[in-house]
Design a protein around this ligand. Structure first.
Ligand SMILES: [Zn+2]
Length: 622
């Protein structure tokens, strides 16, 4: 393998390609006005493509991206900015947003989360819009980003009075910071970095001196117990990114202070599973801070922490769907905690936030390792969790928890504009950067979904277009476009779960190299326009137990897809009856299995379940 391309060289080439190939995205940056970028210690072997170089074609991922983009594009600026203007004593026209977003009203005793964290998700909506702009080049989106950044900047004072007595300053700062650096990076907003700098300096007095675990926060008495929920340990990722994008070493040094080494990354790096009893999403999100410590500082310890932590997450905390953390908490391995949770809670997996954090760390880890298992993990999460989430409604009503209870159903979350309304638009935009990766010698196809990627190499312009109904069918077709013949490698993910030998062919001829399940299979040749790659991934039905303590609680799985039993109470099956399920021609990806009482039970993927009652896990007759 030749030496990896540097990220900056790659982005330079990619930027040039974007300008020539795609007129709508050709907003030039003025080199003279740009600050120097902060250098990184490590260039990951795989790079993400720029958002603009990947296009999602008709399918559920494109639909989710467009729904989120349209919703936040059409949400009134005055409403989004209202809480910041109110706290700054400025005229604050417009309706209240409602739910978590407003000022006041929160009561832990009354279980009323109205006004829980004012303005908490503004930065995420801004980030989602900036990433959506990077994908679409929509002038309207860019204009909205510019108005929101300017409007937010007008409410900011040097003491950040907004954060006086604020419940979760690190939580909201982290999201505001992300939105501002994304507005700069992806929507080329000229004010955003400056405002980010002012905010960061102003907020420092409201933050503790280091990352505090929830345990440590509980030991620092405060009148309001909800202060223990602040998430200082997720700050480093966006601070390292702020350093990389601005070149300002202040952010890099600040990021180092908030790495939660003592109680989290040190033990994880040594293989000690310290996940139990931690808050689930924010601690998965923290893995991405560890990865940025590796990228920016070259810290191998933090790479080990992220790798080990992800491994522990998948092996000891995850349901068959890929979801994790019932009641937003990690349990103790070996105690049957996942199986027990099915009888105890309907809040089984915090879906948009969890999927966002999971995709982010899996993307870092596949880029550092070129190991296809992270792609396998992403597709599990994709098809069985987030693609089944209902879209955020115009009034902020949101899908939050997936329900894996003995008898479960999809419900709306009780309060408007929760955390999950912030991560959903970011995640849906990130589908573009999760599907393909670029290596020094070619392109990695990570997710199978209708889409197109394009790039340049020398004078040549190349592309891959995927056509597939996967995972509802097991065939994927990839068509190469090439302005001139070009030699490069196409790496195709071969999932570990394939039932029998997969088939990979080019222009109808089986490839000669190995096609190993659990790897990226490489095809290197001189590609010509119209060349066609075909992949067939044989799928079979299998059973997966919820945990070792509950050997008779199983999920039925076909390929990467969990099949949920539609039933008003948890059905019981003989093993043969369940594994003998037959596809049903309903257009919803349904299967039908015969229960031990001889009843026909519809087995349906999460994405096509609407209001039906279902059981994620069914009883196996022993
Ligand atoms: Zn959430």
């Amino acid at each position: 393998m030749s030496s990896p391309i540097s990220r900056r060289d790659f982005l330079k080439t990619a930027g040039a390609a974007t300008a020539s190939a795609c007129a709508v995205n050709s907003v030039p940056r003025l080199a003279a006005a740009l600050p120097a970028k902060g250098s990184v210690a490590v260039t990951l072997p795989l790079a993400t493509f720029p958002y603009s170089d990947v296009e999602l074609l008709a399918g559920p991922m494109k639909r989710q991206f467009e729904e989120n983009h349209a919703l936040f594009l059409n949400l009134e600026d005055d409403r989004l900015l209202k809480v910041f203007r109110q706290m700054a004593g400025l005229p604050a026209p417009g309706e209240d947003m409602g739910g978590w977003y407003d000022i006041g009203g929160f009561s832990l005793e009354r279980n009323d989360f109205h006004g829980f964290i004012p303005g908490h998700s503004f930065g995420q909506y801004l980030s989602g819009l900036a990433r959506a702009y990077a994908v679409t080049g929509s002038d309207e989106t860019r204009a909205k980003i510019d108005r929101l950044v300017k409007g937010y900047g007008e409410t900011l004072d040097p003491k950040a009075k907004f954060f006086v007595d604020y419940r979760l300053p690190a939580y909201t700062y982290d999201k505001l910071a992300c939105g501002l650096i994304d507005a700069y990076e992806f929507a080329h907003n000229s004010q955003a970095l400056d405002i980010h700098g002012k905010l960061t300096h102003a907020i420092t007095p409201y933050l503790p001196e280091k990352a505090l675990s929830r345990q440590e926060q509980r030991s620092r008495p405060h009148k309001d117990t909800s202060y223990t929920w602040d998430e200082t340990y997720t700050l480093p990722e966006n601070l390292f990114l702020a350093y990389q994008r601005s070149g300002n070493v202040f952010y890099r040094e600040m990021a180092k202070k908030y790495l939660e080494d003592d109680t989290y990354f040190n033990p994880l790096s040594e293989g000690n599973n310290v996940l139990p009893f931690e808050h689930a999403y924010s601690h998965v999100n923290a893995f991405s801070s560890a990865m940025q410590a590796y990228v920016t500082l070259g810290s191998e310890k933090h790479l080990r922490a992220a790798r080990n932590g992800f491994e522990m997450l998948v092996r000891t905390q995850s349901f068959a769907t890929g979801g994790w953390g019932p009641n937003e908490s990690f349990g103790e391995p070996g105690t049957g905690q996942l199986g027990n949770s099915l009888g105890e809670t309907h809040a089984s997996f915090e879906t948009p936030c969890g999927a966002y954090g999971h995709f982010k760390i899996a993307r870092y880890l596949v880029r550092v390792s070129k190991d296809s298992k992270y792609g396998d993990s992403m597709e599990r999460m994709l098809y069985n969790t987030i693609l089944g989430a209902w879209p955020i409604q115009a009034d902020g009503t949101s899908f939050y928890y997936s329900d894996y209870a003995t008898t479960g159903k999809k419900v709306w979350y009780g309060q408007k504009w929760p955390c999950c309304s912030g991560t959903f638009p970011q995640l849906a935009a990130d589908y573009h950067v999760s599907t393909y990766f670029r290596s020094s010698d070619g392109v990695y196809v990570n997710l199978f979904t209708p889409s197109r990627v394009k790039w340049t190499d020398g004078a040549g312009r190349y592309g891959i277009t995927q056509e597939t109904e996967y995972p509802f069918e097991n065939k994927i077709a990839m068509k190469i476009s090439a302005s001139e013949p070009g030699e490069f490698a196409v790496y195709v993910r071969i999932p570990r779960w394939v039932a029998t030998e997969p088939t990979l062919s080019v222009n109808g001829n089986r490839v000669s190299g190995p096609v190993e399940p659990g790897s990226f299979s490489r095809i290197t040749r001189t590609w010509k326009d119209g060349d066609r790659i075909e992949l067939e991934l044989p799928m079979k039905l299998s059973l997966e137990t919820v945990d070792a303590n509950h050997p008779n609680l199983v999920a039925l799985i076909h390929g990467p897809l969990v099949l949920f039993a539609l039933a008003d109470s948890q059905p019981t099956f003989d093993r043969d009856g369940l594994l003998g399920a037959k596809p049903a021609n309903t257009g919803k990806g349904d299967w039908v299995a015969r229960s031990s009482e001889g009843r026909e039970v519809t087995m349906r993927p999460f994405a096509t379940i609407d209001k039906e009652n279902y059981s994620t896990y069914v009883q196996l007759k022993s």
